[in-house]
Design a protein around this ligand. Structure first.
Ligand code: FMN
Length: 235
């Protein structure tokens, strides 16, 4: 199917059908629950400590949130990227609790970040990121996202992936629902944090799972659920 066709299906609502078909196949081949290690990180980045106070209220951020698909050329700072990663999956409790709720506190989500400089994988423990590639993968990622221009035009694309087996180990088939709900929580955290920082973005569901996994060289247990380009709005 051509990208433009899938985009039309998304915009006409039919993408829901595509999404459901894709989802039903996923948990039937659960990988090892403990296959979370990513081999061969090039480098580890200690992220700046996230801040817990901001300039705008939650209510103002909610009021202003709108999907934005066009961005200026301005890049994001490491401080901004750090804050956005923390909002998505950062640890906020001694026992490991995070910014987003998780069924059974099993934390099935793994977050990747594509920038013009590198591909990062966020490590909530220690608030660090491992650098998996120093290439700009945005052109390839855009192709995997059916030529969605918001992906290429953004200075940062967050990719929320899921390891279904972590949740299925306790909740069985119902775990699939929980994982998808959790991706929504994490995505909204990210979008609201972006808004609070004066940034904007859009959650993208229309992409080829296989192509995104190939571009990011994801371990086989990780399924991409959301691409979320973030930047300074040009709209
Ligand atoms: C699950 C989901 C998938 C989405 N996928 C796409 C997408 O593939 N492409 C896109 O341009 N927008 C996508 N969106 C954004 C919606 O089009 C957008 O949220 C909607 O038009 C409402 O506008 P608002 O976000 O500004 O309130 C998606 C939103 C959700 C919740």
């Amino acid at each position: 199917m051509r990208g433009s066709q899938v985009r039309r299906m998304y915009h006409s609502g039919l993408a829901l059908v595509v999404g459901l078909v894709a989802c039903t196949g996923r948990p039937t081949t659960p990988p090892d629950a403990d296959s979370s290690a990513v081999p061969g990180p090039v480098e580890m980045v200690d992220l700046p400590a996230p801040r817990s106070q901001g300039a705008v209220s939650l209510e103002e951020t909610l009021l202003a949130r709108r999907s934005v698909r066009a961005f200026t050329d301005q890049g994001l700072t490491l401080v901004e990227l750090s804050q956005l990663l923390w909002a998505t999956q950062g640890i906020t409790a001694d026992w490991g609790g995070r910014t987003a709720p998780s069924a059974g506190a099993l934390y099935p989500l793994e977050v990747y970040l594509v920038t013009p400089d590198a591909l990062y994988h966020y490590l909530p423990e220690g608030h660090r990121a491992e650098v998996l590639s120093d290439e700009d993968l945005r052109i390839e990622l855009t192709r995997a996202a059916l030529d969605e221009p918001a992906v290429y035009g953004a200075p940062a694309v967050f990719v929320i992936t899921a390891v279904y087996a972590r949740t299925a180990a306790k909740y069985g088939e119902r775990g699939e629902r929980y994982v998808h709900l959790e991706a929504g929580h994490a995505a909204q955290n990210l979008l609201l944090q972006a808004g609070a920082l004066g940034l904007a973005g859009v959650p993208i569901g229309a992409f080829s799972d296989d192509d995104v996994a190939r571009v990011l060289d994801l371990p086989p247990d990780r399924v991409p659920l959301y691409l979320i380009p973030i930047g300074h709005s040009a709209e």
